[in-house]
Unconditional design. Structure first.
Ligand code: BGC
Length: 418
């Protein structure tokens, strides 16, 4: 099992003629490379399709696939938020691929970022009598009732990437260390501006955070703010808009154009007199994209604004190559899918997984078992947390291309695999 995702990805990243070579090493990677290849092209197609066709796809979509039955014909219901935010296409593909390779049937739904639709989709999965649910919530506060129905039906639930609040139907949470994502962004800015040695020099900074309905969003924001607030308090960092509270800087649905419009307003109101903007902390890549667009269209200065992000979305990586965005925090969602599969298998086998899942699994990536950070209002949900990585122009080959997560074209741009 160790390294299976990386070998899968490397196979996919290579020419088709190499599939047979990769696959011949083990039966697991044989089938994994084949289907990862199709998942990869599907995800690529999806990420380039128009928003409207995505919405149409999402309202209709429930895919039941795979007739391999080594997992006793058990079915996993996977509920993803939307295809319109790039990463969830990758998550859906990786999860589907992992579970199918392990012999499960998979029903995968996308809910067009509409909470009511996600409720309906999950009800459909419950009605289809899936054996386990993996749910990335659109609104973490809006699923208690439907998940209590899952509990009543004896269907265990894993909260995937985003914690689901106010229900004890959740057995486990699989995510990245979300606070550290924000902390890495804050530390990056502090280092780039050399804030510890700023003396009397001051810098201007603005913040853009994520969706208030997403429990992760405050973790990201707090992680960055905890690093940067001491410099704000000292006066080294100034926030000309005065917007330093999460509620002031949040972006509904992580939407690119919402982030762009807000930032255009900020630039128009506080920077049009020639005030220099030094850094824009953006919690993720979809918001960073909007902020970058606003800076391109509405910022009068010509300095390089430091812009942070998260996810390694294709357009943002292109912006990093072109010098328009400075960094992104990459989370290997392929590995998040591996953890989810191994956890689900243990749960379905009647085990009560704990930190020993990590040592037993032989994963070739870091993951911690956390029993204190994520309280969903009914108690702490035991969590498996993977480790995020800072990616810049300088290390993107090493962090993204060499492990097989992305391919690089002859112009130097990166394209996600899977
Ligand atoms: C995820 C981020 C993502 C954001 C918007 C968050 O819950 O953790 O990776 O950028 O949602 O899709």
């Amino acid at each position: 099992m160790k390294k299976r995702i990386v070998s899968t990805l490397l196979c996919t990243a290579m020419a088709a003629s190499l599939f047979a070579g990769c696959g011949s090493t083990a039966s697991t990677s044989t089938s994994a490379s084949g289907s990862s290849s199709s998942a990869s092209s599907a995800a690529k197609e999806e990420s380039t399709s128009s928003a409207s066709s995505e919405a149409a796809d999402e309202s209709a979509e429930t895919e039941a696939t795979s007739d391999t039955a080594s997992a006793g014909g058990q079915t996993i219901g996977i509920s993803m938020p939307t295809k319109s935010l790039e990463r969830w296409n990758r998550d859906g593909s990786y999860l589907q691929d992992q579970f199918e390779k392990a012999g499960y049937k998979v029903e995968l739904t996308y809910s067009d970022n509409k909470s009511a639709q996600q409720n309906n989709d999950i009800e459909g999965l419950i009605a289809d009598k899936v054996d386990l649910l993996v749910v990335a919530a659109i609104d973490g506060e809006a699923l208690s009732q439907v998940l209590n129905e899952a509990k009543d039906a004896g269907i265990p639930v894993i909260a995937y990437d985003r914690l689901i609040m106010n229900t004890d139907a959740i057995s486990y949470y699989v995510s990245f260390d979300n606070y550290t994502v924000g902390k890495l962004q804050g530390e990056f800015v502090a280092k780039q501006l050399d804030l510890d040695n700023a003396g009397d020099k001051t810098y201007n900074i603005e913040f853009t955070a994520g969706d208030p309905a997403d429990n992760n969003a405050t973790f990201f924001f707090n992680g960055a703010m905890d690093v940067l607030k001491p410099y704000i308090d000292k006066g080294t960092l100034k926030v000309p808009s005065g917007q330093t509270e999460f509620d002031q800087v949040a972006t509904a649905q992580w939407d690119t154009s919402t982030a762009m419009k807000r930032f255009q307003n900020i630039l128009g109101s506080y920077y049009s007199d020639g005030t220099q903007l030094d850094a824009a902390v953006c919690s993720n890549d979809s918001t960073a994209l909007g902020v970058t667009q606003a800076i391109e269209s509405d910022y009068a200065g010509n300095n390089n604004v430091i812009i942070t992000g998260q996810d390694g979305d294709e357009a943002n990586l292109a912006n990093i190559v072109d010098g328009k965005q400075t960094m992104t925090v990459y989370k290997a969602v392929a590995n998040e899918a591996v953890v989810t599969l191994d956890l689900a298998e243990a749960m379905l086998n009647g085990e009560k997984p704990d930190d020993s899942l990590i040592s037993k699994s032989g994963w070739d990536f870091d993951c911690s078992y956390d029993t204190s950070s994520y309280d969903n209002g009914t108690g702490v949900i035991p969590s498996y947390l993977l480790v995020p990585t800072v990616v810049t122009k300088d290390n993107m080959d090493k962090e993204l291309v060499d492990p097989g997560y992305y391919t690089k074209d002859d112009k130097g741009y990166l394209h996600p695999v899977g």
